[in-house]
Design a protein around this ligand. Sequence first.
Ligand SMILES: NC(=O)C1=CN([C@@H]2O[C@H](COP(=O)(O)OP(=O)(O)OC[C@H]3O[C@@H](n4cnc5c(N)ncnc54)[C@H](O)[C@@H]3O)[C@@H](O)[C@H]2O)C=CC1
Ligand SMILES: O=C(O)[C@@H]1CCC=N1
Length: 279
Amino acid sequence: MSTTNTKLPKLAFIGAGNMGGAIIRGLIRQGYPAELILATSRDPESLQGLAAETGIQTSTDNLQAVATADLVVLGVKPQAMKAVCTELASGVQARRPLVLSIAAGLTTEILLQWLGGSLPLVRSMPNTPSLLGAGVAGLYALPDVTAEQRGWVETLFKAVGQALWVESEVQLDAVTAISGSGPAYYFLFTEALVTAGEKLGLPTDLARQLALQTAAGAGQMLVAGTDEPAELRRKVTSPGGTTERAVLTFEAADLRGMVEAATAAAAKRAAELAETLKG
Ligand SMILES: NC(=O)C1=CN([C@@H]2O[C@H](COP(=O)(O)OP(=O)(O)OC[C@H]3O[C@@H](n4cnc5c(N)ncnc54)[C@H](O)[C@@H]3O)[C@@H](O)[C@H]2O)C=CC1
Ligand SMILES: O=C(O)[C@@H]1CCC=N1
């Protein structure tokens, strides 16, 4: 990233916890100028730590933070969002920066209502592998977001992984169900694999190492993209062999049906969250 480009936007992160902090660290790693990043938080100690590590500016005054920003990142928990948006409303309506929400569930309609009226707004759904630069985020922009502003948002998320746009806002509930919550599904499967290894007689540490490295290796093969997931599976599955028995057991227990039911429940919950928090 060019550090001499005068068009780089000035960023204000309102809430710099796990996710906001990960994006800030990613931007700094990519060479984004620290003096163009300001972050606020309710946790002064972690904010000081982040500032010492990255050289960014910090403040505990949210309104002051947005007063000079081109892009305001709303990085607080969904439950804290109403209070934060209401506090920011006068500042963002006066300055009219691009606003980016990373909160699960909360719709653009609700956010704009809390922010005091229309604004250029992007909703996103990142995921926790962003902490390691291996995230993926689904993004939805309101029609008045400019191409340049879309570019700013892509810069942010590409600093911690991939950034993919969706056409309609309702698709973000599906993104939440697949990739937002998705890391937890792989962690759950890995937990189950460790327990199964123990039950088959392996020491816990060995079962753990085998399961973890298998997850990492399989993940690397998937993203290498040389074969589709189904083809990769077929290549492990020797006819009449061990994998075939295991896969048939999964299919007989309707693993695919379980995945569909689980992700449908997550998507439904994303929609419910918005209703619950609307207040
Ligand atoms: N954890 C996950 O897997 C994912 C989380 N998200 C979303 O990211 C958002 C943030 O989540 P995390 O980073 O995990 O939470 P976190 O609790 O680590 O960070 C929240 C930050 O907001 C700050 N904060 C709280 N109230 C504030 C206020 N009034 N003014 C300024 N700062 C304030 C806290 O001090 C903290 O720094 C949430 O809205 C969540 O829905 C999105 C995708 C995945
Ligand atoms: O579980 C949740 O509600 C959040 C959104 C996606 C991941 N964590």
